[in-house]
Design a protein around this ligand. Structure first.
Ligand code: SAM
Ligand code: SF4
Length: 393
C-alpha cells in the first residue's frame, strides 16, 4: 500500500525540478536534496520530500504501473460528459486540474491542552470535564515513524490545542527529527503561535500550515473566540503564505447565527488568502460547550460548499474533513470526493489518546484500527478511480 509514487527527475532549473510519473510531467520545489537528472524522489504538496534509490523506486513503480492507468480509466468513466448539476461541474473541474490524485494526509493530535476558550470547541480550556494529555516528544516521534514507515504516509499534520508547553526548542527538535527519521511533508496545526516560531520551524523544514480563520463574519468571530480578532489571524495566515508555507485554511460551516451569505464570504476569504488547500467542515456541537444546543447543519450545505469552493478555485486542493465524515458516516467521503474534493485526512494519533482529543463528540475514525480504516478508504478510493497520491504541483 502506497500513498505516493516515486517520480523520476527529468529536468532541473534552479530549485524547481521536473518529475515524471508514467509519462506525466509535474513540477516540484527542491530545497533539501542534491538531485540530478535520472534520480528518483517523492514529492508532496509540490515539494520534494525524499530522495530514494532506483533500487527502492522500481518495485514501487512496477506495483503501480497497471493500477495507475486503470484508476484513471475508472475516474474518467464516472465523469459526466455533459455536466448538469453543480456537483457534476465541480467534479469535472477536479478531474481537469488534479486528475485522479487524492492527497491522504496523516494527522497526529499530540496535545489536548489549550489556552483558548473557543465557544465551539470541546477541548477549550474551560471544559473541566475533559481529561488532558500531552504526548512526550518521543511518543510523537514514534507516532510519526509508525505513520511514515509502517503506514507509508508522506504528509503529516502535527496538531494540538494552543499549548505553549511545546516551546520553540521542543518544536524545533520535533521538526528536525521527523525530517531526519520520517521523511514527509510536515504540516503544522498549532493555532495562533508567534510568527517568529513559525519562521524558525520553516527554517528547520516544516513546509505547510493548517490554520483556519474559522469565520469571515467579524462579529461572530469576536463572539466565539474571546480575546482574539479576525484581522490578526488573517494577517498571520497571509504572512505564513508569504514566507513560503503551503497554506491550508478555511472555516466552520453552521455556526449559530451564520447566514447563507456568510458561507459565500467564507469561501471567498479562503480563496483571497491564496489557500493551497481549502479545509472546512461542519460545526458539530459539543455538549460541554456554550454552543451545545446548536442544530446540526445539513449534509447538502456541506456538499454545496465543497462544490462552490471547487468552482471558485479549480486549482486548490479541497479536503473532505473528518467532521463531515462524522455528520454523514455512510456517504461523506464518497459524495464529497464526487462533488469536487480531492483530499482527506486519516487519524494516526496513538489509539489511547484519540478519544481525549474531543473537539466534538463521536468523531469518525476514532479508536478504529488504523490499518483497517486505511484499507476501507483505499477500497472506496479505488471504486471511484482515485489514487491515494500527491503528484506534486
Ligand atoms: N488549536 C488549533 C487551532 O485552533 O487552529 C488547532 C486545533 S483545532 C481543534 C482544529 C480545528 O478544529 C479548528 O480550526 C476548528 O475549525 C475545528 N473545530 C473545533 N471545534 C469543532 C467542532 N465542534 N466541530 C467541528 N470542528 C471543530
Ligand atoms: Fe483551542 Fe483550537 Fe479548540 Fe480553539 S479550536 S479551543 S484554539 S484547540
Amino acid at each position: 500500500m502506497c500513498y505516493a509514487i516515486p517520480g523520476r527527475i527529468t529536468g532541473i532549473k534552479d530549485n524547481i525540478v521536473s518529475v515524471e510519473y508514467f509519462g506525466e510531467q509535474k513540477k516540484a520545489r527542491n530545497e533539501f536534496f542534491d538531485l540530478k537528472i535520472g534520480d528518483y524522489a517523492y514529492a508532496q504538496g509540490g515539494f520534494i520530500i525524499q530522495k530514494i534509490s532506483e533500487r527502492e523506486a522500481l518495485p514501487v513503480l512496477e506495483s503501480w504501473k497497471e493500477l495507475f492507468f486503470k484508476l484513471q480509466e475508472i475516474d474518467s468513466q464516472l465523469i459526466q460528459k455533459d455536466p448538469k448539476t453543480l456537483y457534476q461541474r465541480a467534479n469535472n473541474l477536479r478531474q481537469k486540474y488534479h486528475g485522479n490524485s487524492c492527497c491522504t494526509h496523516g494527522i497526529i493530535e499530540f496535545s489536548n491542552y489549550c489556552g483558548m476558550d473557543c465557544f465551539y470547541c470541546g477541548i477549550r480550556k474551560s471544559n473541566s470535564k475533559l481529561a488532558r494529555y500531552r504526548m512526550s516528544l518521543d511518543e510523537i516521534l514514534e507516532a510519526a515513524r509508525f505513520a511514515v514507515h509502517k503506514l507509508r504516509f508522506k504528509a503529516l499534520v502535527l496538531q494540538s490545542g494552543e499549548d505553549p508547553w511545546y516551546d520553540e526548542e521542543k518544536l524545533v527538535y520535533l521538526v528536525k527529527k521527523i525530517r531526519q527519521d520520517s521523511p514527509s511533508l510536515i504540516i503544522l496545526s498549532l493555532g495562533e503561535r508567534d510568527f517568529g516560531l513559525y519562521e524558525r520551524l520553516y527554517k528547520e523544514g516544516a513546509r505547510s500550515v493548517l490554520l483556519r480563520f474559522e469565520t469571515a463574519n467579524l462579529d461572530l468571530y469576536a463572539q466565539l473566540r474571546p480575546g482574539r480578532e479576525l484581522k490578526n489571524r488573517v494577517e498571520l495566515i497571509g504572512k505564513l503564505h508569504k514566507l513560503g508555507y503551503l497554506v491550508m485554511t478555511g472555516f466552520l460551516i453552521g455556526l449559530p447565527g451564520e447566514k447563507e451569505e456568510d458561507i459565500k464570504k467564507n469561501i471567498e476569504l479562503t480563496n483571497a488568502l491564496a489557500a493551497d488547500m481549502f479545509s472546512f467542515g461542519p460545526f458539530i456541537p459539543h455538549p460541554d460547550t456554550p454552543l451545545a444546543n446548536t442544530p446540526l447543519v445539513h449534509t447538502e450545505t456541506v456538499l454545496n460548499t465543497i462544490a462552490n469552493a471547487r468552482v471558485l478555485n479549480p486549482k486548490a486542493q479541497i479536503l473532505v474533513n473528518t467532521s463531515f465524515e462524522t455528520l454523514d458516516r455512510a456517504n461523506a467521503l464518497r459524495s464529497g470526493l464526487m462533488a469536487g474534493a480531492n483530499s482527506l485526512m486519516i487519524n494516526v494519533t496513538p489509539r489511547k489518546y484519540q478519544r481525549f482529543y474531543d473537539i466534538y463528540p463521536e468523531r469518525a475514525g476514532v479508536e478504529e484500527d488504523v490499518e483497517m480504516r486505511i484499507e476501507n478508504i483505499v477500497k472506496l478510493l479505488r471504486s471511484i478511480g482515485r489514487a491515494p497520491t500527491d503528484l506534486g504541483l
